[in-house]
Ligand binder design. Structure first.
Ligand code: NAD
Ligand code: FES
Length: 280
């Protein structure tokens, strides 16, 4: 059992949770994730490590309350427990001095961008962060990202903050004037697909952090399979980061959509039973 130190709303439907997990906190590196199981009957979900503190022995995660498991996780109060936290999993980001790095984050993916940009900055890179959200209320961790960035640009779909439009439009405009040494993208799969297609003609190295369906997180179940460079890869052990120019995004998007109906059904059961039935 893992004790929850805090669990608070940082934007509508988005929470930041700090969990006591000293062994994970000691080993965690930027780009890695954990797999969480809230209770005995719950499914396992992967969540990217946003922060960790080896002295406090804690890890911080940011999640959107979209499905049954994330809603259950949202209900665990300070002092409560989650059953399982496995990690750190996945390969850490290769942190080195590239030069100018453009980090592109979308929605909840902005939280995942933070630790990676922080480490790239520490390694002496010039950091240009571009963060997008549907509205200004959904824009998370702006101050924290500003702190680790040399330049920060904001886009909202509705224009309530910064540029009106997709974050990928900002990247497109930037590339018309300057070509960075690396582009790193994390967010909705469609956004990472668009980022990769924008950078391809410029030949800019592009890393994407994929977030497919995962079950065990250890390469055993095959749930997280993704085609990269025509070969089958498992995001949990071969990734989660891949060369965006080599990822078959269309097959990945289809796989992610495959379980949407089951998830909606499970969610409606949970809502009907007021969230008390942990067997959902
Ligand atoms: P969202 O749908 O609100 O989109 C966030 C931003 O992404 C938008 O404001 C826009 O700037 C950009 N975007 C969205 N669609 C786009 C398109 N078609 N073209 C170009 N840009 C586009 O995002 P959300 O609801 O916060 O995102 C949730 C998604 O992010 C989930 O699918 C989740 O699985 C994924 N996610 C991925 C990771 C990861 O590690 N890759 C981490 C967290 C969340
Ligand atoms: Fe099972 Fe990756 S989550 S193989």
């Amino acid at each position: 059992m893992f004790k929850v130190i805090s669990n608070r709303i940082i934007a509508p439907g988005i929470r930041r949770i700090e969990i006591l997990a000293p062994r994970i906190a000691k080993k965690a590196k930027a780009g890695q994730f954990v797999v969480i199981r809230v209770d005995e009957k719950g499914e396992r979900i992967p969540l990217t490590l946003v922060d960790w503190d080896s002295e406090r022995g804690s890890i911080t995660l940011v999640f959107q309350e979209v499905g049954v498991t994330t809603r259950k996780l949202g209900r665990v109060r300070e002092g409560g427990y989650v059953l399982d936290v496995t990690g750190p999993l996945g390969n850490p980001t290769e942190i080195k001095r590239y030069g100018v790095i453009v980090g592109v984050g979308g929605g909840v993916g902005n939280a995942c961008l933070l630790p990676v940009m922080r480490e790239f900055k520490r390694a002496g890179n010039y950091i240009v962060s571009m963060i997008g959200a549907r509205t200004c209320e959904l824009l998370i961790l702006e101050d924290e990202l500003r702190e680790v960035s040399d330049e920060l640009y904001i886009a909202t779909d509705d224009g309530s903050r910064g540029y009106k439009g997709f974050v990928t439009d900002l990247l497109k405009k930037y590339l018309e004037e300057k070509v960075p040494d690396l582009v790193y993208a994390v967010g909705p799969t469609i956004m990472m697909k668009v980022v990769s297609s924008i950078t391809r003609p410029y030949g800019v190295r592009t890393i994407v952090s994929l977030n497919p369906i995962m079950v065990d997180g250890t390469g055993m179940c095959g749930a997280c399979r993704v085609i990269v460079n025509g070969k089958l890869r498992f995001a949990c052990i071969d990734g989660p980061e891949f060369d965006g120019h080599k990822v078959d995004f269309d097959s990945l998007i289809n796989r992610i959509r495959m379980y949407k109906r089951e998830e909606e059904l499970a969610l409606s059961f949970l809502e009907k039973r007021g969230g008390e039935d942990h067997g959902v």
